[in-house]
Ligand binder design. Structure first.
Ligand SMILES: [Zn+2]
Ligand SMILES: [Zn+2]
Length: 279
């Protein structure tokens, strides 16, 4: 089990801040609560001398680890499809189904995203940096924000969260080699640290599939058909469980749908999708 222990959910808020770290060290050195006011004053002094910088672009001063452009949103905003989180036509209420989901319901129950890929250039910067600019460190604040999103949707604890597991969308080994890290796995681990839910690497890529850039939903679906296989050893950890499929971006839903079908075949009670951005 890949349980990373419990940490409090937060957005970019866990960014290391020079002042806070130093004041904690000072507080520990001086031994406890009696010195807390002094430690706080020291933290303020350090912050004044070295204002914290944005984790993504380095601009400062930053609030909770991010400049204004790179503040993490807490949801995509606007009226969204209750199944796939696509932006709905203006006449439809939030939570209704989009035309595509009415025509052909996806294999997953719902999708949660921090924000919209096109509408939020700042969020796009986070995703691109994590994915292509060798910034695996960004997975931690993003995963923390995903954990907070689950909690705010009432999906992290109690009846809804009980027994749920996080499953990263697997990256092809060649792509992992090329990139040096697996962003979905890093996000799942960070969300696990924030929520206490376990990570199960339930799926593997059976074959290489071209990047999801090809036009047309049908060709996208054909592109990923049969691309994911169950990991035999994970089967008993998926059977009867609620699964959150974790990835960086949900685009056409073809990849998520194919993963959801594979997880349902492994006995998952239901599958939902948790992503940084809805494209
Ligand atoms: Zn920034
Ligand atoms: Zn939809």
């Amino acid at each position: 089990m890949e349980d990373c222990g419990r940490r409090s959910p937060s957005a970019a808020g866990r960014a290391p801040r020079t002042g806070a770290g130093a004041s904690r060290a000072l507080s520990a050195l001086l031994g406890g609560a009696r010195w807390a006011p002094l430690a706080r004053a020291f933290e303020e002094l350090i912050d004044a001398v070295y204002p914290s910088r944005c984790l993504v672009c380095g601009a400062g001063p930053a609030q909770a680890g991010a400049c204004e452009r790179h503040q993490l949103p807490a949801g995509p905003g606007g009226a969204r499809c209750g199944r796939c989180a696509a932006l709905l036509a203006p006449a439809l209420p939030d939570g209704a189904r989009c035309a595509a989901c009415r025509r052909d319901p996806p294999a997953f129950r719902r999708a949660l995203a921090l924000g919209d890929y096109r509408e939020r250039p700042g969020l796009r910067d986070w995703v691109l940096a994590l994915k292509h600019r060798a910034r695996p460190d960004l997975a931690r604040p993003l995963g923390g924000a995903l954990g907070a999103l689950l909690a705010s949707a009432g999906e992290a604890g109690g009846e809804a969260g009980g027994g749920a597991v996080l499953v990263p969308v697997p990256l092809h080994p060649w792509r992992r080699l090329e990139r040096g890290h697996d962003q979905a796995l890093l996000l799942a681990r960070a969300a696990a640290a924030a929520t206490g839910l376990p990570v199960v690497r339930a799926l593997r890529r059976a074959r290489w599939s071209a990047p999801q850039g090809a036009p047309g939903a049908v060709s996208r679906r054909a592109n990923v058909r049969g691309a994911f296989r169950p990991r035999r050893a994970a089967r008993r950890r998926i059977a009867g469980r609620r699964v959150w499929l974790v990835d960086d971006v949900l685009t056409s839903g073809a990849t998520a749908g194919e993963c959801a079908r594979a997880l349902r075949r492994m006995g998952a009670r239901e599958v939902a999708v948790l992503v940084v951005a809805r494209a």
